[in-house]
Write a new protein. Structure first.
Length: 712
């Protein structure tokens, strides 16, 4: 490595950029961008927020700080590098760098220059050679595969952008011009989506609680907020001593009439001030009187209550505490009955708990929108008031519900308008989200549905900056409410950690592989499947149809491997296809057993059983290993047209393609039990009795192998 620094490396004036050149000159800007306040090239900190059009990203990584580079020459190179990425159409790139990716790009450049500075004793672009690049590449051995190419990209770009850099950039093609994918020896795209699917027990409970918030709890939350807003609006601007005494006395009389106590804070240790002193006066240990809600309900200004505390507030309220006692919360709104428990779903609200429940309600609406549309987080948070549309299909036979928003992935920074077809619960969720947003608008969120709700926060956030944190808080809060044990279940003893990407993949998987699975009572994946395919059959703008097909293929393999593992444990299947499957599984088992020194990993099993997975279609009563020539559900005229079975016309006990597993057993047992109940009726006609008896005998014979563990 040549560590000699030439004098020319120390200049700090650009040959290509003027000091007052606008950094975002080639970018579309937000409507509220002020041209005279845009960052200039000479600035050491560039504010790129005006060019970040995705609302949820407007305050995330919005400043590029070049003071992290030590020398003037290094800082100049970094500025020219970032300016070129943002504004020039560079070789090897399909488009300019997105502003929301600018800060990571600068961070990766800084990582390389720091390494070079350490190796060379000072950064000098002319001293960088292939030997140093090889050393840098070796230093990334511990970096994850997903990040590896990002750390190396600045090295490649310093060569491609040489014409825009005063220092001249790298004069040679790193690694002989090989691409980063060639250097990594990794496939261009991973074969399988690594985002974890939410387990069915978890997503089922999560959706049930979300719908309960939307349909039951929302009314109480809105009523409490509107009541507080009305009381705030009714407060007088000025009061005298007589007014304070009279209003407090009237408030105490009303509490006495209703049989209610003096309100205290739900979390008393978080408060100090007048409420603490008042509690001490009333000899209440570890409690704090909720003075703010008392003032609001009585129509007294807090400052006036504090001003007259010794003469009026303390004597009146201490006497009221001794007579009436205390109550937690204090807001007058009555709490609805939880239909699942028959009791109020929570204690009365105070100001803090109301904010918490509003955030829970917002999270519930987000969950319903994310899960039953398949939208990505950026697409959800780009929704605007009036985004929901109800229309008829082209033939006028079906009513279609759709959400209109902006699609960003694979598009330029402006995004592209798109529609997502969805199902009815999303209608209610969007209505709740819009109403919640209306209650909290503060003059700067006119086109927003999703934003921070805490009125005490002055941060100018657009969108919800950390949705995953909000979702996991929702799970924790639900656990506190679930007194009947109906909380969100643990997985391997741990709470499931939600991320926004999981909803899209989970929905795609269940639509593809469990079309009859039931979530949240009467909501079925089949309904979602019909809506999704209706919306994306023509063109799949967001790529959701392709994801469903990918998940179908993965799910078919997973189901076959699961059946194979059950076979190895001694479990059996029923139905006409059982013998054929047993033979296939025995053959695969023999191949695995014949190689005791080798591990039968998932990839090897997939290769062995892939031919079965390609024909598997999961059903409600049975699974079908579809073979058109033997399928009883197809007529001769349909053989050449169908690529899958007609499960609604299946004959599970006669079709050679039919297979019944332990997963289907409860459905058959329930059907037999229902017929047995009908047979107990002595008034049942003889012919109908005989039909039910024969049908039950057929069903029992069909599922017998699942009970005995052997084929019949």
């Amino acid at each position: 490595m040549n560590a000699t620094l030439s004098h020319s490396e120390h200049h700090a004036h650009s040959k290509f950029r003027a000091d007052d050149e606008v950094v975002l000159s080639s970018m579309p800007l937000r409507k509220d961008a002020e041209p005279d306040k845009l960052s200039r090239f000479a600035d050491d900190c560039w504010d790129i927020r005006p060019a970040i059009l995705q609302k949820r990203l407007a305050n995330v990584g919005s400043v590029l700080d070049f003071t992290i580079f030590e020398s003037g020459a290094e800082r100049l190179m970094a500025k020219e590098y970032m300016f070129a990425l943002l504004n020039e159409r560079n070789p090897g790139q399909r488009s300019r760098l997105h502003p929301n990716s600018a800060r990571p790009a600068l961070r990766y450049l800084s990582h390389f220059t720091s390494f070079a500075r350490e190796q060379l004793g000072g950064f000098a672009i002319k001293a960088v050679d292939q030997q140093l690049l090889d050393a840098y590449r070796s230093s990334l051995a511990a970096v994850s595969s997903g990040q590896w190419s990002r750390y190396l990209r600045p090295v490649v770009m310093l060569h491609r952008l040489a014409a825009y850099l005063t220092c001249g950039g790298l004069t040679f093609a790193p690694w002989g011009g090989r691409t980063l994918y060639q250097l990594s020896n990794r496939p261009l795209h991973p074969r399988e989506n690594l985002t974890p699917r939410i387990p069915e027990s978890v997503i089922g409970a999560l959706v049930r609680w979300s719908i309960k918030y939307i349909d039951v709890f929302a009314a109480d939350i809105f009523a409490a907020r509107e009541q507080m807003a009305a009381q705030e609006a009714a407060l007088p601007k000025k009061q005298g001593v007589t007014d304070v005494a009279e209003r407090l006395a009237n408030w105490i009389d009303e509490r006495r009439r209703l049989g209610r106590g003096v309100p205290i804070w739900r979390k008393p240790l978080q408060r100090n001030g007048l409420g603490t002193r008042l509690a001490k006066e009333a000899n209440l240990k570890d409690q704090i009187i909720n003075v703010q809600i008392i003032a609001l309900q009585s129509g007294v200004l807090v400052r006036d209550m504090y001003q007259h505390r010794a003469a009026i507030a303390y004597p009146l309220l201490c006497a009221a505490i001794n007579e009436l006692g205390i109550e937690q919360g204090g807001i007058d709104t009555k709490i609805s009955i939880d239909p699942d428990t028959g009791t109020p779903w929570r204690n009365r609200f105070d100001q803090d708990s109301l904010i918490v429940e509003e955030k829970n309600l917002q999270a519930a609406a987000y969950i319903i929108c994310a899960y039953f549309t398949g939208m990505r987080d950026g697409e959800i948070q780009a929704m605007e008031p009036g985004c929901l549309r109800n229309s008829l299909s082209a033939d006028g036979m079906l009513r279609r519900l759709s959400v209109r928003s902006t699609l960003f992935k694979g598009r330029d920074v402006r995004g592209e308008q798109a529609e997502w077809i969805t199902i009815e619960p999303v209608d209610r969720a969007v209505a709740v989200a819009e109403r919640l947003a209306d209650l909290h608008r503060r003059g700067r969120y006119e086109d927003e549905i999703w934003f921070m709700l805490d009125r005490r926060s002055s941060a100018p956030h657009m969108g919800i900056p950390d949705v995953a944190h909000r979702l996991n808080q929702f799970r924790e809060n639900v656990t506190l409410l679930a007194t009947d044990g109906a909380d969100i279940p643990l997985i391997d003893g741990e709470p499931w950690r939600f991320t926004t990407r999981q909803f899209r993949r989970t929905l795609a998987w269940f639509i593809a592989n469990r079309p009859f699975g039931v979530v949240a009572g009467k909501i079925q994946y089949k309904h979602a499947s019909v809506a999704m395919f209706d919306g994306y059959a023509g063109s799949s703008a967001s790529g959701f149809l392709q994801e469903i097909e990918q998940e179908r293929a993965l799910g078919q393999l997973d189901d076959v491997i699961e059946q194979f593992e059950a076979h190895r444990r001694g479990e059996r299947v029923a139905g006409p296809a059982a013998l054929r499957l047993d033979a296939e599984f025995s053959r695969a088992d023999a191949q695995v057993s014949a190689l005791p020194a080798m591990v039968a990993d998932k990839a090897r099993l997939r290769a062995m059983l892939g031919h079965l997975a390609r024909t598997l279609h999961v059903g409600y009563l049975n699974d079908c290993f579809f073979e058109p020539s033997t399928a009883l559900c197809l007529s001769n005229s349909a053989l050449d047209e169908r690529t899958g079975p007609r499960l609604s016309q299946c004959a599970p006990d006669r079709c050679p393609n039919s297979c019944i597993t332990s997963r289907h057993l409860p459905i058959w047992q329930a059907s037999i039990a229902e017929a047995d109940e009908l047979l107990k009726d002595k008034r049942l006609p003889i012919l109908q009795r005989e039909v039910l008896q024969r049908d039950n005998e057929r069903k029992r014979k069909l599922i017998a192998p699942l009970r005995t563990g052997s084929h019949t």
